[in-house]
Write a protein that binds this ligand. Structure first.
Ligand code: HEM
Length: 217
């Protein structure tokens, strides 16, 4: 029965659709994470952006998992557990698939460290959270070099648009920080015992507020 279902599942379409949807959700998650840290983001809009930042990133993880597991049951070009789990060992698209696996591990670290932030402390949480940038870039390149649809003009434009948007909003936030200097309006209060340089980083990269305060949970 299980084999019958697997044989009739449109696995290739599931792999493509879940991969593209996971990437778009990850883009939304990273974009919202940066946007909610902008100096002008305050109050309810900031809280809503933060909520969707978390939701979209978790959804990206879920769909990324569906995407990878469907590669395992795919009947046309199945992946072994080794090819899925050990980067750069796949016989199909070894580099692109390896990037997918590595980035997926990075995403797991970002999500787990966010859940364990109270145990890790702000400094370690922040350092792990910075992995979001290489994870996003890794998955952008992964989609572009591995995907069967990567030659499609609409998808190419999507990769260019999403990549440029993340660069643009990151630069904009850096510029606004220099002029105005954002204030932490969400998240736990900064404790004076923690180093000032780290606080500057957190503020500069708009990560202030990615630690969810109790009243928003
Ligand atoms: C969150 C994690 C992941 C995301 C967001 C993601 C995203 C994508 C995207 C956007 C595509 C292009 C789809 C297309 O153009 O048709 C793709 C294709 C592909 N991905 Fe991933 N991926 C992830 C994880 C992985 C992992 C862990 C592997 C395991 C090696 C993997 C292997 C592949 C392969 C082999 C393809 C080519 C499928 C085809 O024939 O079109 N991906 N992925």
């Amino acid at each position: 029965m299980a084999q019958w279902i697997v044989n009739y599942l449109p696995t290739w379409n599931i792999i493509r659709i879940s991969g593209i949807a996971a990437y778009v959700l990850l883009f939304a998650g990273v974009f919202l994470g940066i946007a909610q840290g902008m100096p002008m983001a305050k109050g309810k809009p900031k809280a809503v952006m933060f909520k969707w930042h978390t939701r979209t990133t978790w959804l990206a993880f879920g769909l990324g998992l569906v995407h990878a597991l469907t590669l395992y049951i795919d009947h046309y070009s199945p992946f072994t557990w080794g090819a899925l789990l050990i980067p750069f060992t796949a016989s199909v698209h070894p580099i692109g698939s390896g990037l997918g696996t590595l980035s997926f591990y990075g995403l797991v670290i970002v999500l787990l460290s966010s859940d364990l932030r109270s145990k890790l402390g702000r400094k370690w949480w922040f350092l792990f959270h910075m992995l979001s940038y290489p994870v996003f870039i890794g998955l952008l390149v992964h989609g572009m070099v591995t995907g069967s649809d990567a030659g499609n003009i609409i998808l190419r434009m999507m990769y260019v648009f999403t990549g440029l948007s993340i660069i643009g909003i990151t630069v904009l936030r850096g510029m606004l920080r220099e002029r105005k200097g954002p204030e932490i309006t969400i998240g736990p209060k900064w404790t004076p015992s923690e180093p000032a340089a780290e606080q500057k980083w957190v503020e500069g990269y708009g990560l202030a507020g990615t630690v969810q305060p109790k009243h928003l949970k």
